[in-house]
Design a binder for this molecule. Structure first.
Ligand SMILES: Cc1cc2nc3c(=O)[nH]c(=O)nc-3n(C[C@H](O)[C@H](O)[C@H](O)COP(=O)(O)OP(=O)(O)OC[C@H]3O[C@@H](n4cnc5c(N)ncnc54)[C@H](O)[C@@H]3O)c2cc1C
Length: 354
């Protein structure tokens, strides 16, 4: 652990991760300035569907996800923010390797004390009558899961960060430089870059290369017959019932330019997901209400970049479409790392690619 404590800290990015880091830094006594080039949440965060779970198979992922859910629950009830408990169900319709993978995942998650179990088609029908389950070969269910409103999370954490003394500046693009760490020419003890899919570009301007690739993520939402809460995943499609009578679907991801992407999902995607929702959800006759798209960022090994990447320069990015659900823990870990309270997560070391 570093002996020196950084006091004056800049955070670049006013999404879920940057706002959480700003709040955790300020509430621990740091003098924090957050730079957001647009409005708070204007990047990927406001576009997230709001699904959150702790069903991971690796110990480092479990630790982050468990802490994130714990904090979501602790924040729930403050302002408009709520954590709505909703089980997460994922399944396949083919046997062989795909079914074996689910059984193996569930076993590994249980090894890490996650509240997950295997369900067969009959059990799914009993618990989620809204789902057509006849063709389901293997399924896992994570009981410690839920949904959050990403905009309410942004509003809450921005209010908490300001209350703790952070100077949150919107409409203020940041340019980062090093030796010493600086933002827009102003020197800091540490700079935290949590600029989502733009992180690679922000760091490159400071002369630091990280392997972050921006990718597109798309979602559709549709009203279905109200039923018990359920969230299901099938291959690259997600049906996520996030409030009474609605479901959402997502398709696979593709490379994207974060400064030039279409915020609406295309017609072919809408038709495909409508067909899939109708196939899976009983009485889902209503048309898709809304389809939208946004950008996420991925790394070569699918793990995020979390920690110090150069002297006094920290990064939290590369969430592969799972950044909102991990933000409460990721921002906290960044704050602890910057202030020397705790070492970073070795597996997420942002310098691991050399
Ligand atoms: C359609 C869709 C659905 C999703 N659904 C889910 C879900 O259900 N659950 C989940 O966990 N995740 C989901 N995600 C992923 C999730 O949205 C992201 O992983 C998460 O929001 C990342 O948060 P962030 O704070 O890292 O980045 P962002 O929210 O992108 O914030 C980065 C901020 O940095 C700002 N910025 C960029 N450059 C600069 C600069 N130079 N100076 C100042 N500011 C700058 C941007 O304007 C932006 O506001 C979804 C994503 C999409 C697109």
């Amino acid at each position: 652990m570093r002996a020196m404590t950084a006091r004056r800290v800049a955070v670049v990015g006013g999404g879920a991760v940057g706002l959480t880091a700003a709040y955790d830094l300020a509430s621990r006594g740091a003098d924090v300035v957050l730079y957001e080039r647009d409005d708070l949440g204007a990047g990927s965060t406001a576009r997230a569907a709001g699904i959150a779970y702790d069903a991971y198979a690796e110990d480092v992922d479990v630790a982050l996800a468990e802490r994130a859910i714990e904090r979501f629950r602790a924040f729930s009830g403050a302002g408009d923010f709520r954590f709505a408990h909703t089980p997460y169900l994922w399944f396949v319709t083919e046997g062989g390797a795909a079914a074996g993978a689910i059984r193996e995942q569930v076993e590994r998650m249980r090894h890490h004390d996650r509240d997950v179990e295997l369900l067969d088609a009959d059990a799914i029908r009993r618990e989620f009558p809204v789902l057509r389950a006849d063709d389901i070969v293997a399924a896992g269910i994570a009981r410690t899961a839920g949904t959050v409103d990403p905009v309410a999370y942004v509003d809450l954490l921005a209010a908490k960060a300001r209350e703790a003394g952070a100077d949150v500046r919107t409409g203020t693009p940041a340019t980062v430089a090093l030796d010493p760490p600086r933002v827009n020419g102003e020197a800091y003890d540490a700079v935290v870059v949590a600029a989502g899919a733009w992180t690679g570009g922000v760091l490159a301007e400071a002369g630091v290369d990280v392997p972050l690739e921006p990718i597109g993520c798309r979602r559709s939402s549709q009203t279905v017959r109200p039923s018990r809460s359920s969230t299901t995943r099938r291959g690259s499609i997600t049906l996520a019932r996030t409030r009474a009578g609605s479901s959402r679907a997502t398709a696979s991801r593709h490379p994207a330019d974060p400064d030039d992407y279409d915020g609406d999902a295309d017609e072919a995607f809408r038709e495909r997901t409508t067909a899939r929702l109708r196939e899976r959800v009983v009485n889902a006759r209503a048309p898709v209400q809304r389809s939208w798209a946004g950008v996420c960022a991925r790394t070569p090994d699918n793990d995020p970049l979390l920690g110090e990447v150069a002297d006094g320069l920290y990064v939290g990015a590369g969430w592969h479409g799972h950044g909102l659900m991990r933000a409460p823990a990721a921002g906290e870990r960044l704050a602890e790392d910057v202030l020397g309270e705790r070492d970073g997560v070795a597996a997420f070391d942002p310098t691991r690619f050399g």
